[in-house]
Design a binder for this molecule. Structure first.
Ligand code: ADP
Ligand code: ZN
Length: 524
């Protein structure tokens, strides 16, 4: 339709929005003119319109490569509801359904065709595309091409061939994952070196970031929900499938409507839980990170992490699912030393070569530094994505600036204990034993190893157990202690000597008081 050939017109008439957001207009004009683009925009930033509008404006059918097979039907239905002619091809369809969509594509009766990446492995799909008119290729979730990223999909590697086979069709790759390294890998693997790069601000000002020490995480979570998010929809991320199920069940027992979501759940149940989350108000999904990519629910009011995420990239993507409607939302994370031990173990026993392990360790260290920072969380987050900013006034450290204290002596005591154990017996122990020794506790394990005879036995009684745990956790985050191996052994680092030798002072963050156990609200 001629009157729809202008991007702004399409935005108004088809999508019902008044104005473009951020760099949308520039991106759309560039692609409409036939240029290649690499788009980095946070979750909820509005990436879809960047290819949907050019597909409606340009001659031919826009082909969208997306790994989100489970969502294709929803996406296409949503477009059809707006009057946009769209279809999809993936493995969930039978032959007849596929034939129908193929015929629509060839006849130019659709403007958008969603395609699962593995379809491109099939020669008949390639021939199909040859016979029709493709207006553009959109590569959604483009970070899936990054080999060491958190969502790698082998089928994405073939997408480099699109350009060779159809050199004149513009390509637009989109992702919400934005560190320099991923960015560069996407450009090189997809042969998009000559594409224009569009980077939207990654700031999500309506999201309040909060990171708290982990005590009893489920109870801490329940308190948050009852005091601030009663009746709100939200996502709770857990590391393991077992804790997903336990937490969902426990929340339900406490009267919070909650359903589980993880990869091993019965597919029908999983689909139903996802559909309920999208459809109902105030449902909480407790999930592994398998949940969330491509889910567009505008009123997710909180995202809570009960375990430490593996990287800032993952954390930011997951928290970005809160508050797409722009209204105030909470990103809440509880973490403790045990998380670090667990993650280290996963890295040490996981697949991959040493370079891969080093990369995972660097990701974990950056995440830890974010947790222990006394600066604005947002400044730290945005700096990670290469953006400079000032204190935000809407994160926990801005709202209640953490007190610091001189932890030099405490650090020396903890490090000396680690040294003793190593020097005297060559033994290695985790945080629990170190703290028992500092506190002078004659536990069975202390007696068994004669640790009550050590000079350091009982030298740390000025602090309590929780404070010592905080000290050890921060020493790890500061790189003054390292966690190793399956049992979370604490070992010295190169920097430890400076503290032990009195050449370095250690400022530590005072943990907020542990959250009191949640009280049940008075019921009417
Ligand atoms: P992303 O894919 O970047 O996570 P979406 O494309 O799903 O984000 O867009 C997020 C939300 O913002 C959607 O509900 C979308 O309709 C809305 N949106 C996108 N662009 C605009 C705009 N220019 N004006 C108003 N709303 C918009
Ligand atoms: Zn802040």
């Amino acid at each position: 339709m001629a009157e729809q050939r202008n991007p702004l017109d399409v935005l108004n008439r088809v999508f019902g929005y008044d104005a473009f957001r951020g760099p949308q207009q520039e991106i759309i004009e560039h692609v409409v003119d036939g240029g290649d683009a690499l788009v980095l925009m946070p979750t909820g930033g509005g990436k879809s319109l960047c290819y949907q509008i050019p597909a409606l404006v340009r001659e031919g059918v826009g082909v969208v490569i997306s790994p989100l097979i489970a969502l294709m039907q929803d996406q296409v239905d949503a477009l059809r509801a707006l009057g946009v002619r769209a279809g999809f091809l993936n493995s969930t369809q039978d032959l007849e359904e596929r034939r129908l969509v193929e015929a629509e594509f060839l006849a130019g009766e659709i403007d958008l065709l969603y395609l699962a990446p593995e379809r491109l492995r099939v020669e008949s799909t390639l021939r199909l595309l040859d016979r029709g008119t493709v207006s553009l290729f959109a590569i959604d979730e483009a970070h899936c091409v990054a080999q060491w990223g958190h969502d790698f999909r082998p089928d994405y590697l073939m997408l480099s061939e699109l350009h060779e086979r159809w050199p004149h069709v513009p390509r637009i790759a989109l992702t919400a994952t934005a560190t320099e390294a991923t960015h560069a890998e996407i450009a090189s693997r997809l042969k998009l070196q000559d594409a224009r790069h569009f980077v939207a601000s990654f700031d999500r000002p309506n999201i309040q970031y909060r990171i708290v020490p982990k005590g009893e995480p489920k109870k801490q979570l329940l308190k948050l929900l009852r005091t601030e998010h009663e009746g709100d929809a939200g996502i709770v991320y857990c590391l393991s499938r077992a804790s997903v199920e336990k937490t969902a069940e426990w929340l339900s027992q406490q009267g919070v409507p909650a359903v589980p979501y993880h990869a091993k759940l019965d597919p029908a149940v999983r689909a139903e839980n996802q559909a309920r989350f999208l459809r109902e108000d105030g449902l909480v999904v407790v999930a592994t990170i398998a949940f969330g990519m491509g889910i567009d629910k505008p009123d997710v009011r909180f995202v809570a992490h009960l375990d430490l995420p593996k990287s800032i990239e993952g954390y930011y993507q997951e928290t970005g699912r809160a508050g797409r409607d722009g209204l105030p939302s909470t990103a809440w994370l509880a973490y403790g030393l045990q998380d670090v031990v667990q993650q280290r173990k996963l890295i040490d026993t996981g697949l991959g070569d040493d370079a891969h392990r080093r990369r995972l360790t660097a990701h974990l260290d950056a995440m830890l530094a974010l947790c222990e920072t006394v600066e604005c969380r947002r400044v730290r987050l945005l700096a990670y994505f290469g953006e400079e900013s000032g204190p935000c006034g809407n994160c926990d450290t801005c709202l209640t600036p953490p007190e610091t204290w001189d932890g030099t002596v405490a650090a020396q005591k903890a490090l000396s204990t680690v040294v003793r154990l190593k020097r005297e017996r060559g033994q290695k122990f985790g945080a629990g034993q170190i703290i028992d020794i500092l506190l002078g506790r004659k536990t069975a394990k202390v007696i068994q190893f004669d640790h009550d005879a050590l000079k350091v036995f009982g030298i740390g009684t000025e602090l309590g157990e929780a404070q010592w745990r905080s000290v050890v956790r921060q020493l790890v985050a500061l790189g003054l202690l390292a966690v190793e191996g399956e049992y979370g052994t604490l070992v010295l680092t190169e920097a430890s000597a400076e503290v032990l030798g009195g050449r370095r002072e250690v400022a530590l963050r005072r943990d907020p008081r542990p959250a009191a156990t949640a009280k049940a609200p008075a019921r009417a």
